[in-house]
Design a protein around this ligand. Structure first.
Ligand code: AP5
Length: 219
């Protein structure tokens, strides 16, 4: 049960939501650069302090900082890795190839989650995240049983500081300029697969697992 997989998609496409299901069921490690950066911010580390301004404004954190942070986390990826939110630029994609080469592994598939923009806006505008276990909820689409409390661990739910209308618009702009070109980058390598991410999270999960099985991964 081994796979090296990238989830691509615009902010709010559901990468984090489906990534959690995939790693829980398959024992891979999840590399979410956004979650890692938010942990650095919470610790008030030098990296966190530097990253916070970029993130709050909806801009990307510089490639060199991200690549350095990623390398230390990939050390434990011998059973499989799910990358969610990385790479986001061509420079990051090229750096990832070099890191995987050093690890002696190669990328299996890149899944691009397709979601129309009005649904992205609705998802981001209503998202709630658990401070403790990072589980995602939504005020309308998947509300917690008790207002403000995580169903899984009882942690407090909060709204991300970059889930405000101005930052969301900037994140979408940055996505189109810097990350969307990766679709063609991976198409050219015959690694790209597109999945309709506008459906129920369980259906999206099922499609990804079916895809991996067809491609020869024992997911
Ligand atoms: P990051 O945390 O990665 O944010 P993002 O890419 O903007 O993606 P999101 O987390 O907003 O969306 P998602 O696709 O994971 O959706 P989710 O599953 O939560 O990055 C934040 C910032 O960090 C960046 O802007 C940048 O500054 C910096 N950064 C991170 N990585 C970087 C990198 N590599 N390089 C440089 N900078 C970097 O779902 C959203 C909502 O929709 C939730 O409420 C969820 O419950 C709901 N939902 C999800 N799926 C469904 C579904 N199928 N049906 C109904 N509701 C759903």
């Amino acid at each position: 049960m081994k796979a090296y997989l990238i989830l691509l998609g615009a902010p709010g496409a559901g990468k984090g939501t489906v990534a959690k299901r995939l790693v829980d069921k398959n024992g891979w490690i999840q590399i979410s650069t956004g979650d890692m950066l938010r942990e650095e911010i919470a610790k008030q580390s030098p990296l966190g302090l530097e990253a916070k301004n970029y993130m709050d404004q909806g801009n990307l954190v510089p490639d060199d900082l991200i690549i350095k942070m990623l390398k230390t986390h990939l050390e434990h990826g011998e059973n499989g890795v799910l990358l969610d939110g990385f790479p986001r630029t061509e420079a990051q994609a090229i750096a990832l190839d070099a890191i995987f080469f050093e690890m002696g592994v190669s990328l299996d598939s890149v899944v691009n989650l397709l979601v129309p923009e009005e649904l992205l806006l609705a998802r981001l505008g209503g998202r709630l995240v658990c401070k403790e276990c990072k589980a995602s909820f939504h005020k309308l689409f998947s509300p917690p049983k008790e207002v403000g409390v995580c169903d899984h661990c009882g942690g407090t739910l909060y709204q991300r500081s970059d889930d405000n209308p101005e930052s969301i618009q900037q994140r979408l702009k940055v996505y189109h300029a810097s990350t969307k070109p990766l679709i063609d980058f991976y198409k050219d390598k015959s690694l790209l697969f597109e999945i309709d991410g506008s459906r129920d999270a369980e259906e999206v999960y099922f499609d990804i697992i079916t895809l991996l099985e067809k491609r020869g991964n024992n997911a």
